[in-house]
Design a protein around this ligand. Structure first.
Ligand code: G6P
Length: 495
């Protein structure tokens, strides 16, 4: 990019709307013949941004692997050649950040420190350890954030709106404002926010920098009021900021940042049509056959979960709760199957590899304890297959969503929309989705295995008409703020 002083006095970028996130809307795979295959990512942000059909808007993201890096090298001006591939109309600028810097920022700070803090994942007698290695990672996090800030500063038209996403980019708002005070900057956290006592585990200067980084935005937005208030609590405790909890503002060092709440909903139109495509029908037939019928000839019931293999999703306790159900209510043996899809995630981190191994181990123990010649108590898949996940949503009698802590949890919102015959939702009170779905879900404390087993029983025995009624209300609440509206609301709120 050009000289920053020039950029500041005379911005040359043309984009009126910009989005920045670590993971972009597309990714590449390198084929054996050296060609690159492009894949479109899913998620609310991609659907949300499709509300903007202005071709001069730009999405800035990081190259995540070698194939992405190769693609960026083939795009000398930094904008990817999407070859007519529809991402929502806008250009994608992928940043080729030095792999060492990227790895320390993404794995070291974003995923091992900030993610762990916000999801309360530390095993505190032994971790975290903020040592010299952490300091190197923290330095890289600053460099990685400023690569984003510089690219955004170069691309943005005068007075443009910039929507910065998530904990990877918490320093960007302040860095960008220093380059380009004319911009309207929003930051959105897709995670929960830690309570102050937990947040203050971070070294003091780091805790301060993350908060002041986000406060560089005009608006800092969250998925629920609970996370917005937790952020405000941390600003008060760590920075001595003044918080107005009614007006939802944080004032620090003479600047006021507005807080916002936008509870991202499920994309009903997309889900309903996608879940009735032939590939989903085929997988549904296969799943039905694997679930099978009990000795009395009745189709077996299903408890379904679909997650990334993510520590915060609490998959192991979910399996232990299912085992407790089979042990304490043996009448369910041969009459229920747990369908658990846990697709791979963040396997560069040892904690995630160990967690995946623990999921497999407990699943094997359940199989060893209960399997019969005609009944497979648990169907576990640890690879990704989106149409198969939709088939499981359609089939579910009970959906188990029991995270330790979760920004929102879209699975909880998607299952009621897709479910064929109505589905009981067992939902952790620590999921952001709980704020909107509590009335018709069966609530659980995610640490309580006995209570979770009881909730599964309650879900499995819920009368069909009650289940269908609740599912209708859950689906309505889940789709109240579809991704496009969610995105537009944030844009309008920036002014
Ligand atoms: C969460 C975060 C996203 C992230 C996603 C997948 O939803 O809020 O920012 O992209 O997890 O994680 P990954 O590390 O694979 O991008």
């Amino acid at each position: 990019m050009g000289d920053l002083a020039t950029e500041r006095s005379n911005p040359t970028g043309r984009a009126p709307i910009l989005v920045a996130s670590n993971r972009g809307p597309v990714s590449f795979t390198l084929e054996d013949d050296g060609s690159l295959t492009l894949r479109r990512g899913g998620g609310g942000l991609v659907s949300g941004l499709s509300a903007i059909d202005d071709p001069s808007s730009v999405w800035v993201c990081a190259a995540l692997g070698d194939a992405d890096r190769a693609a960026t090298r083939r795009s000398p001006d930094g904008r990817l050649d999407l070859g007519g591939f529809e991402v929502g109309g806008q250009a994608v600028r992928m940043l080729d950040i030095d792999p060492g810097t990227f790895g320390r920022a993404y794995n070291g700070i974003a995923n091992s420190s900030l993610w762990f803090v916000h999801h309360l994942l530390y095993d505190t007698p032994v971790s975290p350890l903020f040592d010299d290695r952490f300091r190197r990672e923290w330095e890289s996090y600053g460099v990685y954030n400023s690569a984003f800030a510089q690219a955004l500063a170069a691309e943005a038209a005068p007075g443009a709106a910039v929507l910065v996403q998530d904990y990877h980019l918490s320093l960007v708002p302040t860095q960008l404002r220093a380059f380009r005070p004319d911009l309207r900057i929003g930051h959105f956290s897709h995670t929960p926010w830690a309570p102050p006592e937990y947040y203050r585990m971070l070294p003091d200067d780091v805790a301060e920098a993350v908060l002041t980084g986000i406060l560089g935005a005009d608006r800092a937005a969250f998925l629920t009021l609970r996370w917005a208030l937790a952020f405000a609590d941390c600003c008060e405790a760590v920075l001595g900021a003044t918080v107005d909890r009614d007006a939802l503002t944080v004032t620090c060092a003479g600047r006021t940042t507005r807080l916002g709440v936008h509870g991202l909903g499920a994309d009903a139109d997309f889900l309903r049509s996608r879940s009735h495509q032939p590939d989903v029908d085929a997988r549904l037939a296969t799943l039905r056959e694997a679930v099978g019928h009990s000795a009395d000839g009745a189709p077996r019931r299903t408890v379904v979960r679909v997650d990334r293999t993510e520590l915060s999703k609490n998959i192991v306790r979910g399996l232990l709760a299912y085992r407790h159900l089979l042990r304490t209510r043996p009448e369910w043996q041969d009459r229920v199957v747990h369908v658990a899809f846990a697709y791979p995630s963040r396997h560069d981190l040892p904690e995630y590899r160990e967690y995946t191994a623990a999921v497999r181990r407990v699943a094997q123990e359940i199989d060893d304890e209960f399997r019969t010649a005609t009944w497979q108590p648990l169907i576990l898949h640890v690879n990704d297959d989106f149409p198969r996940s939709l088939a499981a949503y359609r089939l579910a009698d009970v959906a188990l969503v029991n995270p330790i802590r979760d920004g929102m949890n879209l699975v909880a919102k998607e299952v009621p929309v897709v479910s064929d015959a109505g589905c009981a939702l067992v939902l952790s009170r620590e999921a952001g989705a709980y704020a909107e779905l509590a009335d018709d879900a069966i609530t659980v404390n995610p640490y309580d295995i006995v209570a979770t087993a009881e909730a599964l029983h309650q879900g499995l025995t819920m009368p069909a008409d009650e289940r269908a009624d609740r599912t209708k209300r859950l689906a309505a609440a889940s789709t109240a703020l579809p991704p496009r509206q969610w995105f537009l609301d944030q844009l309008h709120a920036l002014g």
